[in-house]
Write a protein that binds this ligand. Structure first.
Ligand code: HEC
Ligand code: HEC
Length: 402
């Protein structure tokens, strides 16, 4: 066994040695036949030892061709480079546009994932959020549905910075959570910007359409009131009644102001009640009558919710004119208004009469508009006449109550 094993290894070793040796011999033979004879001495062969052009050629043809090559390079530098730089701003713009598109696209994904469940689509009428209302001590008051506002015109009413503020901190005591890092939310600054880019992209395109939405809201509000008063009205009779009721309301500024104040359109974004009447956003009166839940306080027009109680506001503005200016412009973060008002919480009283891009620059009437507002003529969601009507209602009716 042992001898057999040793002889097998030997055989393999011998065969391998034979292959190696014969391979080497083959290589040597090939090399022998392929080898070339010495072609010349190093002195003749070296490139730098070769004789060069004669002086004659050097000073004519060679000189000219070198000069032409230089000229060609100059032309390239002198023309091609400026041409390249001329295209640079366009290329840059294209890049910015592309980045904007990317931001909008990313914003859309974030919106679908994080916002749509409550607000619906951006251009839609808003949404509804199940919410458990508790009192200041955390005691249960009732289960209800909170109206999430439509975001279709949010940038007509708020500057980008103000929307950023709401996104960063949310709205305390409402279902709107904080999204930004400053408020303890999950979004990065870039994600907040991207969502805003998407909101901007989806805003109602022109001011006439905004006005139409305001009017549609008024019609719906009147229809709702008439149906509540007389549920037996058939649809045709109802529409006739709505039209004539609306006409008579519009003839009286304070009545028109009351309707505008309580406009239900797009979940209340064109009206005032959602912030100034406590309980409006969850229909406190309905919840009370439906559930007999007396723990929930009734709605009190202008009684103060997220925005202040308006019964004292007449002391704030000496004239209706000043009052209207405030409603047109809204509040600015940290900027005083009226006789003793102080805009805080990021300037959350919206601008109703003007599209404002930047109200955060200090002076009250220093407003920089951006392309978004300029493309819409700088107008806000309400007309001057509508703002005047609301102010008349506030000064003549609300100021007398409470
Ligand atoms: C859990 C439901 C919910 C989610 C999720 C939510 N929101 Fe809201 N949001 C609300 C409610 C409710 C309000 C209104 C609060 C009030 O009554 O003042 C609101 C208010 C706002 C406002 C202020 C609008 C105005 O006109 O006053 C903006 C802007 C806004 N949300 C944007 C967003 C964005 C963007 C997202 C996603 C990143 C988002 N929301 C996610 C419920 C939600
Ligand atoms: C999104 C919430 C919101 C809506 C909607 C809103 N307001 Fe306000 N309003 C506020 C806040 C908040 C303030 C306090 C100023 C601040 O903190 O920036 C305020 C302040 C005011 C003041 C000054 C009150 C005072 O005594 O200092 C008036 C007047 C007023 N709002 C009128 C209106 C009118 C009119 C409308 C409807 C056309 C309206 N508001 C809609 C949030 C709102």
């Amino acid at each position: 066994m042992l001898i057999l094993a040793a002889s097998t290894q030997r055989t393999i070793g011998l065969v391998l040695a034979a292959i190696a040796i014969s391979g080497f011999i083959l290589y040597w033979v090939f090399n022998w036949f392929q080898g070339r004879a010495e072609t010349g001495s190093e002195v003749e062969l070296a490139v730098n030892r070769k004789p060069y052009h004669s002086d004659e050629v050097l000073e004519t043809k060679k000189l000219d061709s070198s000069l032409f090559a230089g000229l060609f390079c100059l032309v390239v530098i002198g023309i091609a480079l400026p041409l390249y730089w001329m295209g640079e701003p366009g290329r840059h713009e294209g890049l910015v546009e592309e980045n904007d598109e990317v931001a909008v696209h990313r914003g859309e994904e974030l919106y679908e994932e994080r916002c749509a469940s409550c607000h619906g689509t951006v251009s839609g009428p808003g949404g509804s959020v199940p919410y458990t209302l508790t009192d200041d001590n955390g005691l249960f008051l009732g289960n209800l549905n909170w109206k999430a506002p439509s975001l279709a015109t949010v940038l007509y009413r708020y500057s980008t910075d103000e929307v950023e503020y709401v996104l960063n901190y949310g709205r305390p005591n409402t279902p709107m959570p904080a999204w930004g890092a400053p408020g303890g939310g999950p979004f990065t600054t870039q994600e907040i910007d991207e969502v805003i880019a998407y909101l901007a992209h989806e805003q109602v395109a022109d001011i006439d359409e905004v006005r139409q939405r305001v009017d549609d809201g008024l019609v719906a509000t009147v229809r709702q009131r008439l149906t509540a008063a007389d549920p037996s009205l058939d649809p045709d009779a109802l529409e006739v009644a709505v039209a004539s009721r609306l006409e008579s309301i519009k003839a009286d500024p304070t009545e028109y102001g009351e309707l505008l104040f309580n406009n239900e359109g797009d979940n209340g974004v064109y009206g005032c009640a959602r912030c100034h009447t406590p309980g409006w956003s969850y229909d406190a009166d309905d919840v009370r009558s439906r559930e007999g839940n007396m723990l929930i306080s009734p709605e009190e027009p202008g009684g103060g919710g997220f925005g202040p109680n308006l019964s004292e506001t007449i002391r704030q503005f000496d004239t209706a004119q000043d009052h209207e200016t405030f409603v047109n412009l809204g509040s600015q973060n940290g900027v005083a208004y009226g006789n003793f008002g102080q805009g805080d919480g990021g300037g959350q009283m919206p601008a109703f009469g003007l599209c404002v891009a930047d109200r955060d620059a200090g002076e009250r009437d220093f407003i920089t508009r951006d392309a978004f507002c300029d493309n819409r003529g700088g107008e806000g969601v309400l007309t001057n006449e509508q703002v005047a009507a609301i102010v008349a209602y506030e000064r003549e009716v609300l100021a007398g109550e409470n």
